[in-house]
Write a protein that binds this ligand. Structure first.
Ligand SMILES: [Cu+2]
Length: 496
C-alpha cells in the first residue's frame, strides 16, 4: 500500500512538472505571437501604402489614357453653344474635388501605416479642438458656395427660354415605350395643338386637325438641324418617365408624363465637322465594326444621336434616333422632302375633317410645279408634254376625283394667259384588264377632262381629247407603283 501511494505521488509529481513546462511553453508562444502580429501589421501597413500609390497612379493614368473617348476632352468638345459652359463647370468641379480626393486618400493610407499597432504604444484621444473644427467647416463651406453659385449662374444661362421675337426652330419630342416621335412644325413654323383625348391608332400624338397649324406638321425619321440656329425642343412623355439626351450637345432633360418640359440649344458643329475632328485621333482610325475590317472607320461612321437616358423598361435601349446637323441649305432641302403627317396618314380617312379640300400651301406648291413643267413644255421643241400629276379618277370610271379640279384650274389659267396655245388631252391606263376596255376608259377619261375645261370657258376648238389605253406605258406594269404611274392624264402642246 505504501509502495502504491509513493508511486502515485511520483506520477502526480511528474504530471505537475509536465504541466508547468507546458504553461511555460504557452507563455512563450503568446509572446512570440505578439512579435509576429507587430511585424504583420507593419507588412500590411506597407501594402496599404503600395495600394495607395497604385490606385492613385491607376486612376490618373486610366483617365488620361481614355480621355479621347470622354465627352469634353480630345475630339469631344461640345457641339452646342452652351456645351462649353457646362464642360467648364465640370472641369472646375473635377479639379477641386480631385485635389480633395487625392489628399484624403493619401492621408487615409498614410495614417493607416503610420499609426499601425506597435508594442507599448497607446492611442491618445483629442476630445475637442476649436481650431480644427473651424478649419474643416469653413474651407468646405466657402468652396461649396463658390461651386453652387457658379453652377446657378450657368444653369440660368443654359436653361434660359427663347425671347418672343427671337428667330428659332421649334420641334417636339415625345417619348413612349419604346420610341421617340419627333414632330416638326412644317412650312408655317408653328406646331399645332394636341389633345390626348384625340389619340388613336391613326392619330398617334393626338393632333387636333381643327387647328390648321397641325396640317403641315410632320413626323421625322431622323432629326435634322441647321447649324447655328437656335432650337427649342418641347419634350413630352406618353407613358412613363423618359429622358431626352443629346450627349454631344450636352442636352439632357426629363420627359415627364403630363408635364411638358423644354430645352433650348444651338448646334454649332455639323456632323461632317465633328467627323473631321474625330479623324485627327488614332482611336477613331480603326474600323467601326471589328468583324468588318474593310468597312467604314469609326470617324466615318460617326453620327450624333438622341438616346433615352432613363431606364424606362426592357426596350429602353431601342429609343435611339440619329441626329444630323447640316448647313442651312441642306436643311431646307430636307424640309422640302418631308410630307405632312396629315397628308400622309389622315387625308381621306374618317379622321379627316377636310375631305375634298386642299390647303393654301399645297395649292401654291402644285401651281408652282405645274407652271414649271408648262413653261418647260412651251419652250421645248421635242418634249411638249405636261403630265397632270394631280388629276385622278375614281377607280374604273371616268369621274374626276374632287381634288383633281385644282390641277385642272391651273391648266385653265395657263390657257387663258396664252390664247394661242392648242393642246391635246391624252388618257392612259395601266395594262391590267382587257385592252379594249382600257382603250375605251382612257378615251372617256380624256373626254371628261376636256369637258371640264370647256365648262370653264376654254374654247373647244383649242382642245382635243384622245385615249391611248395601255399602249404608251412610262413605267413598269409589273409593280403597283409602276402601274400607278402609267395611269395618267397628259397635256400635249400642239401649237402656240
Ligand atoms: Cu425611355
Amino acid at each position: 500500500m505504501t509502495l502504491l501511494t509513493i508511486f502515485i505521488i511520483f506520477v502526480l509529481f511528474a504530471i505537475v512538472i509536465v504541466q508547468i513546462s507546458r504553461i511555460n511553453e504557452m507563455a512563450k508562444s503568446i509572446r512570440g505571437e505578439e512579435d509576429a502580429s507587430e511585424s504583420s501589421m507593419a507588412r500590411q501597413g506597407n501594402y496599404l501604402m503600395l495600394f495607395m500609390v497604385l490606385f492613385l497612379v491607376g486612376t490618373v493614368a486610366s483617365a488620361y489614357a481614355y480621355k479621347n473617348y470622354m465627352l469634353g476632352y480630345g475630339p469631344h468638345q461640345a457641339a452646342s453653344e452652351h456645351g462649353g459652359l457646362l464642360d467648364n463647370l465640370f472641369n472646375v468641379t473635377l479639379v477641386i474635388t480631385g485635389i480633395v480626393f487625392i489628399i484624403t486618400h493619401i492621408a487615409l493610407f498614410y495614417y493607416a501605416w503610420k499609426y499601425r499597432m506597435r508594442k507599448g504604444r497607446t492611442a491618445s484621444f483629442i476630445a475637442h479642438d476649436n481650431k480644427l473644427e473651424i478649419i474643416w467647416s469653413i474651407i468646405p463651406a466657402f468652396v461649396m458656395t463658390g461651386l453652387v453659385i457658379s453652377g446657378l449662374l450657368a444653369w440660368g444661362k443654359v436653361m434660359a427660354d427663347v425671347e418672343p421675337d427671337e428667330d428659332y426652330i421649334e420641334i417636339e419630342a415625345t417619348g413612349t415605350q419604346f420610341q421617340w416621335f419627333i414632330r416638326y412644325p412644317g412650312e408655317d413654323g408653328q406646331l399645332g395643338t394636341k389633345n390626348f383625348r384625340l389619340i388613336n391608332s391613326a392619330n398617334t400624338l393626338g393632333q387636333d386637325w381643327s387647328d390648321v397649324k397641325n396640317l403641315d406638321d410632320f413626323i421625322a425619321q431622323d432629326i435634322y438641324l441647321p447649324r447655328g440656329k437656335k432650337v427649342r425642343v418641347r419634350i413630352n412623355a406618353m407613358d412613363v418617365l423618359h429622358n431626352f439626351y443629346l450627349p454631344h450637345f450636352r442636352v439632357k432633360m426629363d420627359a415627364v408624363p403630363g408635364l411638358p418640359t423644354v430645352f433650348v440649344f444651338t448646334p454649332m458643329k455639323t456632323t461632317e465637322e465633328y467627323r473631321e475632328e474625330l479623324s485627327k485621333y488614332p482611336e477613331y482610325q480603326v474600323p467601326a465594326d471589328p468583324t468588318d475590317p474593310d468597312g467604314p472607320l469609326k470617324w466615318e461612321a460617326f453620327d450624333y444621336e438622341l438616346a433615352c437616358a432613363e431606364l424606362c423598361g426592357k426596350g429602353h435601349y431601342s429609343m435611339r434616333k440619329l441626329v444630323k446637323v447640316v448647313e442651312e441649305d441642306e436643311y431646307r432641302a430636307w424640309l422640302r422632302q418631308q410630307e405632312s403627317f396629315y397628308v400622309q396618314s389622315i387625308r381621306g380617312t374618317d379622321e379627316d375633317p377636310y375631305v375634298g379640300q386642299l390647303f393654301d400651301y399645297e395649292l401654291k406648291e402644285r401651281k408652282q410645279e405645274f407652271d414649271d413643267s408648262w413653261t418647260t413644255a412651251l419652250e421645248s421643241e421635242t418634249d411638249r408634254i405636261v403630265r397632270l400629276k394631280y388629276v385622278n379618277f375614281e377607280t374604273a370610271s371616268a369621274t374626276l376625283t374632287p381634288l383633281s379640279r385644282y390641277e385642272l384650274d391651273n391648266v385653265v389659267e395657263a390657257m387663258e394667259a396664252d390664247p394661242a396655245v392648242m393642246i391635246e388631252l391624252s388618257g392612259h391606263t395601266d395594262s391590267q384588264g382587257d385592252d379594249e376596255a382600257n382603250q375605251e376608259l382612257s378615251q372617256r377619261r380624256a373626254d371628261a377632262v376636256l369637258n371640264y375645261l370647256t365648262g370653264q370657258g376654254i374654247g373647244s376648238n383649242r382642245l382635243s381629247a384622245r385615249g391611248y389605253g395601255e399602249t404608251q406605258p412610262i413605267d413598269d406594269n409589273g409593280t403597283p407603283e409602276g402601274r400607278a404611274n402609267n395611269r395618267r392624264t397628259e397635256v400635249k402642246i400642239i401649237s402656240n
